[in-house]
Design a protein around this ligand. Structure first.
Ligand code: GLY
Ligand code: MN
Ligand code: MN
Length: 456
């Protein structure tokens, strides 16, 4: 029997046993270079960040890696997102990059190691699914990165961990220094956060516009989550954290990221959503809106108390105040309100005392956090650098009180069960007080009803 011409080939494998392929694919490619994907202002900001890091840790060998994409399943990875310390120090988002800073008198010499793109003429051009340009598209070369960043850039193959290096993730001193330095945002970073927050505000409007359809066509929370995530991908890098869309009895569930429930008229709909800008700075904003357009009296009562708590929290944010002040100011209002409603088994003072905290049954999370490249930014800071520290101009943080009455909470009257309300704003601490960067969204119940109606 005559053999077909492909007899003896193993279809997925192209290589040494196919000289026709090897000879052919090595030739005939035009020159195609692309610039490094980094804006000059971002590179300048990163250079200033490195100077601050150098001054904070003189005489230390510093190594900060971008990381690698995590495995999702089988041989499929999650989309890569560079580590925040690396981005802060380089403005580069390349997978597998490593920044090395060697001490010298008066500072450090920095060098960036990056995977070199595999170009025509190299076997990996066609043979590496991870690095070959034929597989992943054209990528900036090391020279282009060097020009854009103003840094020497060398192949990752040349990288070895230097003696005495503080390696990110393993070195508490480096983590702590980076966490403290990243707490004060410069003008460029504030601009990026403003952009992320502005796109988040329009994302809220995009979601509000889809609520009637989510109800009418029984598309539920999934549709609203997808609406925001598409908006975030279109106007930024994507959502800065898992989008939370909680309707009805899901609203009180703090990390309701399953977003697979229905959306029904009469329910509160809690939306906690943030656009991550292409520079990777993220917003983190929450509003709670009534699905039918109008809060019920019980929902409004809860919202009014959370609004009062929120206003007390906002009023405590100014330079020189302790970070913990806004937390306690907001908590005190919640405790008083819950006490007035007969939900606390003790006095307000007893509840607020360290050994009490009875009100925390209805708000087990904190009232806010620093915000930046990470949604919970600067989390490697020790107590005295974060929770126990004073606020200073340039800090960006969230204020986000809420009340969470779970559907199966037998300590609250039936009309409160299944109501969850959070108001979360992003604030910049200024020289004289603060700016509410997400202030384009109303925080009062009537304002939110009107806002939702305008966009529905
Ligand atoms: N969405 C996370 C947070 O509010 O902290
Ligand atoms: Mn938050
Ligand atoms: Mn949030």
């Amino acid at each position: 029997m005559t053999q077909p011409p492909y007899a003896g080939t193993r279809p997925p494998k192209l290589g040494d046993d196919s000289p026709g392929f090897l000879d052919g694919i090595a030739k005939g490619w035009g020159d195609r270079t692309v610039p490094a994907p980094v804006a000059p202002a971002a590179a300048r900001a990163a250079a200033a960040h490195r100077a601050r890091l150098s001054a904070a840790l003189p005489d230390r060998v510093l190594v900060i890696g971008a990381g690698r994409a995590a495995r999702r399943n089988g041989d499929a990875d999650y989309g890569f997102r560079a580590g925040s310390d690396f981005v802060w120090a380089t403005s580069c988002q390349a997978e597998g990059g490593v920044l090395v800073m060697h001490p010298k008198p008066g500072g450090h010499d920095a060098v960036l190691h990056l995977p070199a793109p595999a170009r025509p003429g190299e076997r990996d051009f066609f043979a590496s699914a991870a690095h070959g340009e034929l597989w992943i598209g054209p990528s900036a070369g090391l020279d282009a990165w060097s020009d854009a960043l103003g840094l020497p850039v060398r192949p990752i193959a040349d990288f070895t961990v230097p003696d005495g290096a503080l390696v990110a993730g393993e070195a508490a001193d480096l983590d702590r220094a980076l966490s403290g330095l990243r707490m004060i945002k410069d003008e460029w970073e504030i601009g990026q956060l403003r952009e992320a927050i502005d796109h988040t505000v329009t994302g809220f409007a995009a979601v509000a516009a889809e609520v009637p359809r989510a109800v009418r066509d029984d598309l539920g929370e999934r549709w609203l989550q997808g609406t925001f995530d598409r908006h975030a991908r279109t106007y930024g890098n994507g959502p800065g954290y898992s989008t939370i869309v909680g309707s009805g009895e899901h609203a009180p569930i703090l990390h309701w990221v399953r977003c697979d429930g229905p959306v029904r008229p009469g329910e509160t709909l809690l939306l906690d959503m943030g656009v991550e800008a292409r520079s990777l700075y993220t917003a983190d904003v929450t509003r709670t809106i009534p699905v039918g357009g109008t809060f019920t009296p019980a929902q409004r009562r809860v919202h009014d108390l959370v609004e009062a708590s929120h206003r007390a929290g906002l009023a405590a944010v100014r330079p020189g105040a302790l970070y913990s002040d806004f937390h306690f100011a907001a908590m005190e209002v919640l405790a008083r309100g819950l006490h007035d409603w007969g939900l606390l088994p003790v006095s307000v003072d007893e509840a607020l005392a360290p050994a009490g905290q009875h009100h925390r049954r209805y708000i087990v999370c904190g009232i806010g956090h620093h915000l930046g490249l990470d949604v919970h930014d600067c989390a490697a800071s020790p107590y005295e650098q974060y929770l126990g520290a004073a606020l200073a101009p340039g800090m960006v943080l969230t204020v986000e009180p809420g009340l969470y009455f779970h559907a199966h909470d037998e300590t609250v009257p039936p009309e409160l069960r299944g109501i969850g309300v959070r108001i979360e704003d992003d604030l910049l601490v200024t020289d004289t007080g603060h700016d509410v960067l997400s202030g384009a969204l109303p925080i009062d119940a009537t304002g939110l009803e009107q806002w939702a109606a305008t966009h529905a």
